[in-house]
Design a protein around this ligand. Structure first.
Ligand SMILES: Cc1cc2nc3c(=O)[nH]c(=O)nc-3n(C[C@H](O)[C@H](O)[C@H](O)COP(=O)(O)O)c2cc1C
Ligand code: SF4
Length: 693
C-alpha cells in the first residue's frame, strides 16, 4: 500500500538551522528510566524509532555539567569527555536510518539538588531547591562570574555533543526544569541586575547563552530552545502572553522553537484529563511571530489531527513523545498507507513511571519498549513459530489478547476463548469508567490485528473447564483469566480480613463495573493507591452519591504521582465535593458504622454510611489453573506440552504488566528454557584500573 497523498505534507523536509529533517515527525526529548545506567538499551530504543521513520529523534534530558544534576533520577550525562562514547552510541543508532540526532542539554538550576555531586546548586536567585521530594537544600545566586562560567560550560558541552555526532542541541527551558526558564520567570528570578526585572533583562541570559552555543557549534548543529508555553503558577509565573512577547522579541534567535506546556504534568497530561492536541490554543499564532520552525506536542496519534496542525499553520513539526513510544513505527505506517495499524498511545503515563521510579520504562501498548536491546524484541518483527503448531489462549483481556496477537504473528494456529461476550477483559469494563475511555485502545488495536489473521480463531461467550482444555488437543494452553477485587479489605493495611459484622453493604470495583452502583452516603476505602480508588470516587460522586474517600496514604491515589496524575485527581475529587480523609484506614465495620483509625496514632473514629466500596487488592482468577495443575499427569496423554498462567491471573498489576506478560509468553514459546541465566542483557559498570587507597 502507499501513502494517502493527503499526508504528503507531513513528509516534506524542513530545515532547522544548518541541518534538514527529512520529514515533520519530531520525537521530542523523553527519558526512559535507563539513561546512563542502560545506554545500549536506550540507544537501541531510539534506533528502532529511526527505523520507524521519525525525522528527528532526541535523547532524554542530558545533564550537561556536574554542578547541576538530578540524582536519583537516571537521565543521560555529558559532564566531561568520558560521557561521549555513551552519547555517541545513541547518535550513531539514530543516524543508521537517516534521522537527525538531537540531544537536550539541561542545566537544572533551582531544580537540581546535586545529591550525587555534592556541589552547591546555582540558580538565578538564592532559593530552596524545587524537587518532587522537596530536598532540604538551597541554591545560591549566580554571580556574574558564575554566569560567564555557565556560558563556558555550555560551550564545552555543545562541543562534546558535536563530537558525539549530534545534529541538534536543544536547550531546556520548560517544565520548570531548565535554568533558562528560571531566569525568564519572575517566580525564580528576583535579581536586580541586568539579568532580572524587565522581560528584556530576564531573557538576557537566554540570548547570551544561545549566542554562545551558536558560536561554538552553530555552523553544523541546529540550536533549538524548548520553552514552556505557560508556567501555570499565576501572576508571578512566565505566562503565555509573556511567552509570546519573548518570542516576538527574539524571533529568530534559536533555530527552532520547541513549545511545551507548563509543568511536566501539564505537558504530558494523561488521557484521563487531557484530550489529543490539548495544547493547541496555547501554541496557536506563535508561528506568525517567527520565521523559524515551531514544534509542539499534544499526544498526537491521529494523522488527520497532525495534518490539521500543519495545514492550519499552527506547527511545522509534529512533536511526539508518548505516541512514539507506543508506536515507534507511526510515521512509517502513515507513509505506507497502514494508518489502521497504528498502535495508539492510551495516555496512561506508565512510561513516565519508569523514570519516576528510576527503574526502566514500560509501555502499556508497546511491550517491546526498552526491551529492544535487553531482550532483542522488535516492535514490528517477531521470530517465526517454533516446532509446535497450536496454542489455546484462555481469556481475552490485555494479557490474552497480546499473547494471541504475538502468537498469531509468529504463525501458530491460535484459538482465543473468552468467557464474556466481548474482547478486552478488564479493559472492556474499565474503559466505561470516568476518564478511561482511551484505555480501550488496548483492546481495539489488538482486536483489529487479530481480525486480520486467518490463523487466529476467536470464540466469545465460551467459558472453558479443565476437561475442555485437556480434550481439545492443543499442544499449548495459556491461561490469562484475569483477577477479581476482594471485598474483605485485605491489601497492605489489613493482612487478614478486616472485622465486619455485615451491617453495611460492601461493594468492590467489580460490582460497580457491572452497574451495581450503591446510592446515598458511600465510603470508598482505598488501600490500592493507583487509579481505581479515585476513579470509583469520581464515578459515585458523578452519580449523586455523597462520597468520603479514606486512605492510609498521605495522598489520594498516591502511586499516581509516578504517572503525573496525582494533583489532577485530587483537584477533580475536591471539585466534585468528595470528602478526602488521608492517613487513616478503615479498621472495621460495626453496628451500621464504619470505624477508621489514624495510621500513626491509632486514634479511632466512626462514621455512618449506606455502603462501603473496598478498593483494596485483587486476587488472580486461577481456579482453572489449579484444577489443571492437579491433573498435570494427564497432560501428556492429551498431547499437551505446556499449560501456563500469565498476567493478572498470576499476579495482578497494571495493564502494562499484563501486555508484557502476554508478549513474553508468545516470544518464549518453543524456546529453550533459559534456566538460571539472566533473562535480559545489561551493562555492568567497568571498574577503573586504579589504586584503591
Ligand atoms: C517518559 C517521558 C519522559 C519525558 N522526559 C522528558 C525530558 O527528558 N525532557 C523534556 O523536555 N520533556 C520530557 N518529556 C515530555 C515530552 O517531551 C513531551 O513534551 C510531553 O510528553 C508531551 O508530548 P506527548 O503528548 O507527545 O507525549 C517526557 C515525556 C515522557 C512521556
Ligand atoms: S505507557 Fe501509556 S502513555 Fe506511555 S506511551 Fe505507552 S500507552 Fe502511551
Amino acid at each position: 500500500m502507499s501513502r494517502d497523498p493527503r499526508y504528503d505534507i507531513l513528509f516534506e523536509p524542513v530545515k532547522i538551522g544548518p541541518v534538514t529533517a527529512k520529514n515533520r515527525f519530531y520525537q521530542v526529548p523523553h527519558c526512559n528510566g535507563g539513561g546512563y545506567r542502560d545506554p545500549s538499551a536506550a540507544a537501541a530504543m531510539r534506533r528502532v524509532k529511526a527505523e520507524g521513520g521519525w525525522g528527528v529523534i532526541f535523547t532524554e534530558q542530558t545533564e550537561m555539567h556536574h554542578t547541576s544534576e538530578i540524582a536519583p533520577y537516571i537521565e543521560l550525562r555529558l559532564w566531561d569527555d568520558e560521557d561521549i562514547p555513551i552519547m555517541a552510541r545513541m547518535a550513531d543508532a539514530i543516524h543508521e536510518f537517516d534521522a537527525l540526532a538531537g540531544t537536550q542539554l539541561a542545566y537544572a538550576g533551582i531544580n537540581g539538588p546535586n545529591l550525587y555531586s555534592k556541589e552547591v546548586p546555582l540558580a538565578p536567585s538564592a532559593m530552596p531547591i524545587r524537587t518532587y521530594t522537596s530536598d532540604p537544600v538551597s541554591a545560591r545566586a549566580l554571580t556574574k562570574q558564575d554566569i560567564r562560567d555557565l556560558y563556558r560550560w555550555h560551550r564545552k558541552a555543545c562541543l562534546r555533543a558535536k563530537t558525539a555526532g549530534y545534529d541538534l542541541i536543544c536547550l531546556y527551558s520548560a517544565h520548570g526544569h531548565g535554568i533558562i526558564q528560571h531566569f525568564l520567570s519572575r517566580a525564580t528570578n528576583q535579581r536586580s541586575d541586568e539579568y532580572g526585572g524587565s522581560l528584556e533583562n530576564r531573557s538576557r541570559f537566554m540570548r547570551e547563552l544561545i549566542e554562545e552555543c551558536k558560536d561554538a557549534v552553530g555552523d553544523s548543529c541546529g540550536i533549538t530552545l524548548r520553552l514552556s508555553l505557560d508556567e501555570t503558577i499565576g501572576e508571578l509565573g512566565f505566562a503565555n502572553s509573556e511567552v509570546r512577547d519573548l518570542i516576538e522579541m527574539h524571533a529568530d534567535l534559536p533555530d527552532l522553537w520547541d513549545l511545551a506546556h507548563g509543568t511536566w504534568a501539564d505537558c504530558s497530561g494523561p488521557s484521563r484529563f487531557k484530550e489529543e492536541a490539548a495544547q493547541q490554543e496555547l501554541v496557536s499564532g506563535i508561528k506568525d511571530l517567527t520565521s523559524k520552525p515551531v514544534v509542539g506536542v499534544g499526544r498526537f496519534t491521529s494523522p488527520d489531527v497532525m495534518l490539521r496542525q500543519v495545514n492550519s499553520g499552527v506547527l511545522d513539526f509534529i512533536g511526539c513523545a508518548r505516541p512514539s513510544i507506543a508506536d515507534p513505527f507511526l510515521p512509517r505506517k502513515i507513509d505506507e498507507g497502514r494508518v489502521e495499524d497504528i498502535r495508539e498511545c492510551i495516555g496512561c503515563n506508565i512510561c513516565i513511571s519508569g523514570d519516576m521510579t528510576m527503574s526502566i520504562s514500560r509501555c502499556t501498548q508497546n511491550p517491546t519498549f526498552m526491551e529492544e536491546w535487553r531482550k532483542g524484541w522488535h516492535p514490528e518483527d517477531i521470530e517465526s513459530k517454533g516446532e509446535s503448531d497450536s496454542v489455546l489462549v484462555v481469556g481475552a483481556g490485555p494479557a490474552g489478547l497480546e499473547a494471541a496477537r504475538a502468537l498469531g504473528n509468529r504463525g501458530y494456529q491460535v484459538v482465543l476463548a473468552e468467557a464474556a461476550t466481548q474482547l478486552g477483559g478488564r479493559v472492556a469494563r474499565e474503559r466505561l469508567l470516568p476518564g478511561l475511555s482511551a484505555w480501550g485502545r488496548v483492546a481495539d488495536y489488538r482486536e483489529y490485528q487479530l481480525s486480520q489473521m486467518p490463523n487466529v480463531d476467536i470464540y466469545l461467550d465460551n467459558e472453558l473447564g479443565a476437561d475442555d482444555i485437556l480434550e481439545f488437543g492443543f499442544e499449548h494452553a495459556v491461561l490469562a483469566t484475569g483477577s477479581s477485587w476482594r471485598a474483605d479489605g485485605v491489601a497492605r493495611y489489613h493482612v487478614v480480613p478486616m472485622p465486619d459484622d455485615g451491617s453495611i453493604p460492601v461493594h468492590t470495583p467489580d460490582d460497580l463495573m457491572t452497574d451495581n452502583i450503591p446510592d446515598g452516603e458511600i465510603v470508598v476505602f482505598d488501600d490500592d493507591h493507583y487509579y481505581m480508588g479515585g476513579v470509583v470516587a469520581e464515578l459515585l460522586a458523578g452519580r449523586g452519591c455523597r462520597v468520603t474517600l479514606v486512605t492510609p496514604a498521605a495522598y489520594v491515589s498516591a502511586w499516581t504521582s509516578n504517572t503525573l496524575e496525582q494533583a489532577a485527581i485530587h483537584t477533580r475529587l475536591a471539585e466534585m465535593g468528595v470528602r478526602i480523609v488521608l492517613n487513616r484506614a478503615v479498621s472495621q465495620i460495626e453496628q451500621g458504622r464504619i470505624v477508621s483509625e489514624c495510621v500513626f496514632s491509632g486514634q479511632a473514629d466512626s462514621m455512618s454510611a449506606d455502603a462501603i466500596v473496598m478498593v483494596a487488592s485483587r486476587v488472580g482468577n486461577d481456579k482453572l489453573w489449579q484444577e489443571l495443575v492437579a491433573r498435570e499427569s494427564e497432560w501428556g496423554g492429551h498431547g499437551i506440552k505446556s499449560i501456563k498462567l500469565i498476567g493478572d491471573a498470576q499476579s495482578p498489576a497494571p495493564i502494562a504488566w499484563a501486555t508484557y506478560a502476554g508478549h513474553r509468553y508468545a516470544r518464549e514459546l518453543d524456546k529453550p528454557d533459559a534456566g538460571d541465566a539472566l533473562p535480559f542483557r545489561r551493562e555492568v559498570t567497568q571498574l577503573k584500573n586504579v589504586c584503591m587507597e
